[in-house]
Design a protein around this ligand. Sequence first.
Ligand code: GLY
Ligand code: MN
Ligand code: MN
Length: 355
Amino acid sequence: MRRLAALRQRLLDLELDGLVVTSPENIRYLSGFTGSLGYLVIAGDAAEILGDSRYWLQMEAEAPAFRLMPSGPSHGLWALVAERIKALGLRRVGFESQHLTFDQHQRLSSALPPEPTLVATASLVEELRIVKEPEEVELLRAVASIAGRAFDRVRAAIRPGLRERDVAFLLEQTFRELGADGPAFETIVAAGERGALPHGRASDRVIQRGDMVVVDFGATAAGYHSDTTRTIVVGEPTPEQARVIEAVRQAQLASMALMKPGETADAVDRRAREALAGEEHAYGHGLGHGIGLQVHERPYLSPTDHTALRTGMVITNEPGIYVPDWGGVRLEEMVLITDTGPEVLTSASWEIGVG
Ligand code: GLY
Ligand code: MN
Ligand code: MN
């Protein structure tokens, strides 16, 4: 109920009578409901969950703090949302402008009389999600640990002759064996010159001796996600491979040292870019992102995000160097911001050479 109370305070501040919540992650965060379709209507003294018959039992079980408003077969969900807004006497009702589609907005407004007013809001629930509660940190720690143990097992099996997609499959299979619900995102395995693609999807490319391989992997369980990247070399690293991996590692360590309360997201990002200033092919993407019910969520370690870091945020740190026709290096950790500084939640082996 802390989450609902905090949201209601935000609604008061914005002079909103209520909020229609349509983002699945926000619905899960506020109510506990994990199904694929349902909406919340939240007001000062009402918390309702609206759904069709596929989900009535599940909603009652997963969202006991919410009053179930069942929509019948002849009754569209949007007509029911409109009916609840009227029945609760809401005048200014927020909707999630980053999630409600244009079509859904039209359906809802056409089912409502001229009053009430629908008001676009952005990130009200996402702002609450930005600082993780202790139980959420434990869930993130658990999925990061599963992914790390899976990587260490699969790492030992990587050898010339395997395809990138074989490595991805072995990782994803091991996540499940270790208790995860599955991969958090499409596993990235990019060997040799393909490593220059920051998001190279695992392909049929056969791994060869001497290849540097970027492996970016995550597991998901209980709705929470992990995200780790390791770069390994099959055989002995060449001096240039070792030099580039070390440069990325130093940029990561220098910027990670700033991941503590009071520093800003853009300052952390800047520190890593400064550390790689002499590298022609340093990464162009953001340095990192918050992670939780979504793989990418606020805050973003980027030049345009001035969010001050706070204890309880969990943010990735993932600098890279991507050299066309040669290969790439990315290293990625999940970092918990604590009162005493950064705590790395990810645990996969750091050893570079395999096979
Ligand atoms: N695996 C996606 C990312 O690192 O953001
Ligand atoms: Mn990643
Ligand atoms: Mn990431």
